[in-house]
Write a protein that binds this ligand. Structure first.
Ligand code: HEM
Length: 338
């Protein structure tokens, strides 16, 4: 399969342009996307692509950002790491050899659920119910057509999760639980898909585990699942190569920026030895992902455990790609472990 046909390869970076159909500026070059993410007058939007000034600080920051970072970054990460290693070891050693395995349903999803239970301090007796609720919240994500019944069911499941996590140890407990138990498993599956399709890179990590956690940034750059995020201009904005007028919308193509040859040499090649920490797979600046440290730790632990346990992974196929939202991920990743 050539890179051009590869569904993992996003649109090529090009000069910023106004797309009449989307009624939005489309930014694909690394320098434009990076500048837009860092621009204080470009604000995140809600699902209707509108700015919500009431739910943000005056500078566009999320009010829960500080408390969330306190609850899930720094010392907390170090505290969770031994438990994450234990959860990961158990789950990796349960993976079978000698038959086809779906890395998503048989490893990354149950593993992500364990992680979400740990971080949110949930009662293990609630595991099945919480798993079901998380699955229902995520069911409509990435579907090509928005099914009204699916959306209503997702809203009901979201409301129940919000009630269950209200007053819990993490601010925004519901989105955090869903991100850890649903989004992170898709990211890891996509990252591992990249790795198993590049056996030489898998072998490098197995031979030299010290390449982790740097390799995690390369996996995020190459296989990050957030294709695009949106911004609306709260005032006229000059990004150097483009002027976005107050009120206009901009689509920031994170995945394209991460494959820009101006920022990453030979960008369509997965290279676990490259220095890629300036990627934008988790955003950058005041609205960047607050789960970034946790994601890096968990991805590093899991990838290290996979490459240590198995000499190689033979790629068999992927299920249908889900591309109907800003996310982009395969429905399954089928492999043979050896
Ligand atoms: C592995 C899966 C995840 C991916 C790929 C991801 C990706 C991202 C990206 C790209 C952004 C920036 C959005 C923008 O600039 O508009 C973001 C923001 C955010 N992420 Fe994540 N994220 C993940 C997991 C998590 C987790 C586990 C949490 C919490 C525990 C989390 C919490 C947040 C929050 C609260 C924001 C908004 C930050 C703000 O506006 O200040 N994410 N995420």
């Amino acid at each position: 399969m050539s890179d051009q046909q590869d569904p993992m390869t996003p649109a090529r970076p090009e000069a910023a342009r106004f797309d009449e159909q989307q009624n939005a500026w489309v930014l694909t070059r690394y320098r434009d996307v990076w500048a837009a993410l860092r621009e204080p007058c470009l604000w995140p939007v809600n699902g209707k692509r509108e700015i919500q000034p009431d739910s943000r600080e005056a500078d566009g920051r999320l009010p829960q950002r500080g408390p969330m970072l306190e609850a899930i970054a720094g010392a907390r990460i170090a505290e969770w790491q031994p438990r994450v290693e234990e959860i990961t070891r158990d789950a990796i050693s349960a993976l079978p050899v000698g038959r086809a395995v779906d890395l998503l349903s048989e490893f990354t999803l149950p593993w992500g659920l364990s992680l979400a239970m740990l971080v949110s301090g949930a009662d293990t007796r609630d595991r099945n119910r919480l798993s079901e609720l998380g699955t229902r919240v995520f069911a409509a994500t990435g579907a090509e057509k928005k099914d009204a019944a699916l959306k209503a069911d997702a809203a009901a499941a979201t409301a129940e999760l919000e009630r269950r996590f209200e007053g819990g140890p993490i601010p925004m407990g519901e989105p955090a639980f869903v991100a850890l138990s649903q989004t992170l498993p898709r990211l890891l599956a996509n990252a591992w898909l990249a790795l198993v399709r590049n056996p030489a890179e898998f072998a490098k990590l197995r031979a030299e585990p010290g390449l982790l956690p740097g390799a995690v940034d390369e996996l995020l750059r190459y296989a990050g699942i957030v294709r695009r995020v949106y911004r609306r201009a709260a005032a006229d904005v000059d990004l150097g190569t483009v002027r976005i007028a107050q009120g206009e919308l901009a689509t920031l193509m994170l995945a394209s920026a991460n494959r820009d040859p101006e920022a990453f040499s030979d960008p369509d090649r997965l290279d676990v030895t490259r220095s890629a920490s300036h990627h934008v797979a988790l955003g950058t600046g005041r609205n960047s992902c607050v789960g970034a440290m946790l994601i890096r730790m968990a991805t590093s632990v899991a990838t290290g455990a996979l490459t240590a346990r198995f000499a190689g992974v033979d790629f068999e196929g992927v299920g249908e790609w889900r591309t109907g939202s800003g996310f982009y991920f395969p429905g399954s990743v089928i492999v043979h472990l050896r």
